[in-house]
Structures are given as C-alpha cells and as structure tokens.
Design a protein around this ligand. Sequence first.
Ligand code: ADP
Ligand code: ASP
Ligand code: MG
Length: 420
Amino acid sequence: MKVFKFGGASVTDAPSVQNVGRILTMFPHEKICVVISAMGKTTNRLEKVTEAWINQDVAVLQLVSELEQYHTSISKALNDAGKSGIKLIMNDIRRFLETAPPSNPDAAYDLLVSQGELLSTAIISDYLNLNGITNQLLDARKVIITSESHRNARILWDETNSRIVAAFDEANPDQNAPITLTQGFIGNSITGHPVTLGREGSDFSAAVFAHALDATEMIIWKDVAGVYNADPRYFSDVVKLNQISYRDAIELAYFGASVIHPKTIQPLQNKNIPLYVKSFCDPLNEGTLIHQFTDNESMIPSFIVKPGQVLVSITPKDFSFVAEDGLHNIFGLLSHMGIRINLMQNSAISFSICIDDNPEKLKRLFTALGGEFTVKYNQALELITIRYYTKKVIDKIIGKRKIFLEQRSRLTVQLVVEEK
Ligand code: ADP
Ligand code: ASP
Ligand code: MG
C-alpha cells in the first residue's frame, strides 16, 4: 500500500485535477490511499465564511456563492464530475448558516471549514471514476478519531488505527477498488463532532493513514521538486536536498520550513516508512527522500526565515530571579493563550521569548503579566534558523543587520534580527 497526498496547490482547477489522474495512472495495479486537501485557497475562503457567520454579517451569502461558483466551474470543466456531491454539501453549508453558530467559535470553524475537503474529494473521486480510474471515497470523519480540541484536534491513535485498518480490510465488501480517496485535515471527535487538525494538516493526515496501513511509502506531491535548503519562493540559488534524515526533516519543519507539516514525520519514523516529496508537475523527477539516514556528508546548510516576530523580555518588578515558579506561571499563561514560543532565553532576572507578532494576543499577554513583571518588546523582527551552519552562511544571510538574540547548538543556530 502506498499513501499519496495532494495539497491545495495540486488541485486548484480542472487541468490540475486531470493531472492528478495522470499521476495515478503511472501506478497501475497498485493499492493506493490518496489523501486530498481542499482546492486552491478554499480553506481561507471558508475561514472568512465562518467569521461572517459568527458576526452575523450579510457578506456571508456572497462568500458562499463564490465558494459554490468556484467548485461548480471546476466540475463543469470536468463534465459535471461531482455535481450532485457539490449540491448536497452546499445545501448542508446553507442549512448551517441559517441557524445560530455554536457558542464555541472553534466548533463553528470546524463544522464549516471541514466542508472544503468534502467538496474537493466529491469532485475528484467522481472525475477519476468517470475516467476509468476506479476508486472509492472514504469519509475521513469515520476513521480519523480525535480529542475534542477543536481546530487543533489530537489523534486518538488506537481508535483511529483500528478504524483505518477495518476500512481497508480486503474482507470489507466496500473495499473493491485499488484506489481509496479520502480527505486530509478533517476528522471527528470521539463524541462525534467534526474537527480539523490544524492548518496545513493534510500532510499529517496522510502520515496517520500511512502509519495505520503500514504503507511501503508515502509521497506528497508539491509545486516544488522536493525539499530545498531554503524556501525557493523567497531565495534564489537554493539546492534541492536529495535525501534527508527524519531528524533533519522534523527539525526543519518545526522551525518553519512550510513544505512539510511538522507533525508528519513522527508517525512515519515510528514505522520506518520512507517519505518522498515530489513535484506534481514533474512526477518522474526523483524528488527528496526522507528516511532513516545517517550520512554526515549531506550536511548542506539549510535556512528558514520566520518573519513577523516580536521579542518580549519579561523581568520581575521586584528584581527577583525568574525562578521555576515564575517560569511555571509564564508558561501556563502562554499555553492558556495559545502562544507558541519560537525561541526563548533566560538570564538571572529576565526571561526573553520570540513569538509571532499577533497584536491581539500580545495585548492580552502584556495585561496578564503587567502586575508582577516589567515587559519590554521589539517588533519588526525575523527569526532565522540555520541548520548545519557555517560562519560564511551566517554572514551572508545576516549581512549588517542588528542581531537581538542568538542561540547556538552543535548543529543549529537561531538568530533574531531586524526585518529586511
Ligand atoms: P500544499 O499544496 O501541499 O499545501 P504547500 O504550499 O503547503 O503545499 O507547500 C509547498 C510550498 O512550500 C512551496 O511552494 C514552497 O514555497 C514552500 N517551501 C517552504 N520551505 C521550503 C523548502 N525548504 N523546500 C521546498 N519548498 C519549501
Ligand atoms: N486545507 C487545509 C489548509 O489549507 C489543510 C491542508 O491543505 O493541508 O490548511
Ligand atoms: Mg499547504
């Protein structure tokens, strides 16, 4: 069994859906589980629909008809593939919008935003079947079972593994096609409510399927030829990495290399399943192989830039040490407010954190800390992470920019610098 994942960029219009079909025909007689994201920028659009619903904004109607038009025009160009499916899903969406949103806005989000993947798979599954690529559609919400934490649901592994295995069991009368199509990013909580796994979570969904199915390999099909040593959208003279270790991949993804969702690697590493990142425009190109690999010769410096950072320094007003209980309170607050620390450092009487610059969250954080601590901050910064760093690479990237914070380990350096 192979697991493929096609992201939003690989299914943005009719020709790209036809391209998915072409890629699948390159693997005749293979058993393949195909995990698909919402088409193009659909998830962003559904986020706007949710916001309008929660604010009872009349703009919601216009947004919903744009959503419908987008999918209908793709379906039309594919001989009406998925037409009836689109109708049913759009009816559901309109029915939700006629009622008051759930009191928990995150539950409202999951209810609506999960529809994007349902729309894309309805169209693509039908298109493939109409064109001789026999497949069946599996509703991911029946097998991906999670905690109740909306928008960032945690997989309940035992339940999920056994449901996936049962759904793909050859004795299962539903399992008569070599290809099974399913949705990334979505699932159901154990109590039966729709959930999502976090933005860009379809890579992770595919890894969950690969893990449960003991897949021989997983391929994520991207608009780039593989994993590069930096984001090719922002840097010229980048180098494609032909193979990297799970360890390097997880570090790069964790620091923000957005080509792979950071949660993707662990389920694959645990079962030693190789992951390929390949180009959907050039499927014969070998791409990047991520696997158990310990060749130190491939230590090409990789760099990741996270713009929009703020460096916050927190100092107790009474000049006391930032001891364990102080840190405990600060961490508790950050976790409660859903603020992720991108880098941290402490000295005797101050604790510094580099976090995403989200004005609303910052304001709440400063208010909460204000009683006990003096809080200072610098904005308009970027966090640069270089794995396998050399002095030459650091100098080239930083140039003459002011460095606010620097942290080095044996393999990785992280620098907080002013934005270019
Ligand atoms: P998907 O369609 O699966 O959602 P994404 O847009 O999330 O695809 O991921 C592909 C993008 O990741 C590329 O267009 C590229 O700009 C970006 N990217 C960031 N860092 C890297 C990197 N180190 N190597 C390759 N691509 C990268
Ligand atoms: N559709 C979701 C998103 O855009 C999940 C994904 O594409 O991975 O975030
Ligand atoms: Mg993506």
